[in-house]
Design a binder for this molecule. Structure first.
Ligand code: NAP
Length: 245
């Protein structure tokens, strides 16, 4: 009997990650749900995933830390014995401020959480994708706008994710592994509260050509497309899910 494909989505206890977990589950994937601190929310996502008739495994790991990443992947080896898709979704931003007010502690936390995590998880995924696979990175429209006076550290971290996407795609193409990226913008999630601007999407939505913010589910659909065989000839590419920004 063929086993269902397996997806790991980092940071899937809420927001875009949680919506992506449910989207893949609906397509028949077994889902590894990773979180850093919010076990209750991760378990809620897992129970919704299981109700769709597939397997769900909740694994705590701070994906910016190498030891945690190694433990996360060995648990996947034990529980699933395979990995077909990795979605590098975990990401943070900090309260809005200009560069002049940023200190090294903040900048380094943003960079290691948003960049080092994707490098480490991609490395471990590539080791396991002997029969091919797909990596989808969650970047941001901020990589192009730069987010002046809000969080240029966050925007720069997403620029690095775009470069990782291009370079790694070329590095692993001969192994049958594709690497792509989505660049969302103004999605209704709790992340904006972490930036101290709970209503950020509604405040800025009229500046987008499409004049609205978006639901995490539409980002999940783009992530799934890039991971799926419908995108089999697509690697090192980007889908902007940002209303025309
Ligand atoms: P969110 O609602 O704040 O969710 C972030 C998720 O990441 C949570 O599940 C959190 O888990 C997890 N996480 C944070 N640090 C982690 C770590 N070190 N290790 C493991 N998990 C960690 O964010 P979101 O809005 O859904 O964003 C998801 C991705 O989309 C991010 O990469 C973000 O940059 C990108 N994005 C979002 C928007 C937007 O408008 N929302 C726009 C562009 C790009 P815990 O809660 O358990 O800590």
């Amino acid at each position: 009997m063929t086993r269902p494909p397996v997806v790991l989505i980092t940071g899937s206890s809420r927001g875009i990650g949680a919506a992506t977990a449910l989207y893949f589950a609906k397509q028949g994937y077994d889902v590894c749900i990773n979180y850093k601190s919010d076990l209750a929310s991760a378990q809620l996502v897992a129970s919704k995933v299981k109700s769709l008739g597939v397997r769900a495994q909740v694994i705590k790991a701070d994906v910016s830390k190498e030891a945690d990443v190694l433990a996360l992947f060995s648990q996947i080896d034990k529980e699933f014995g395979q990995l077909d898709v990795l979605v590098n979704n975990a990401g943070i931003l900090k309260p809005q401020m200009p560069l002049l007010d940023m200190n090294a502690e903040r900048i380094n936390e943003v960079l290691t959480t948003n960049i080092t995590s994707a490098f480490l998880c991609s490395r471990e995924a590539v080791k396991r994708m002997g029969n091919g696979g797909s990596i989808v990175n969650v970047s941001s429209a901020a990589a192009k706008t730069g987010s002046p006076n809000e969080y240029i550290d966050y925007a720069a971290s997403k620029g690095a994710i775009d470069t990782l996407t291009v370079g790694l795609a070329k590095e692993v193409a001969s192994k049958g592994i594709r690497v792509n990226s989505v660049r969302p913008g103004l999605i209704y999630t709790d992340m904006h509260s972490d930036g101290g601007d709970k209503n950020r999407v509604d405040r800025l939505k009229n500046k987008l050509p499409l004049g609205r913010g978006d639901k995490p589910e539409e980002v999940a659909a783009a992530i799934y497309f890039l991971a799926s065989s419908d995108a089999a000839f697509t690697t090192g590419s980007f889908i902007d899910v940002a209303g025309g920004l």
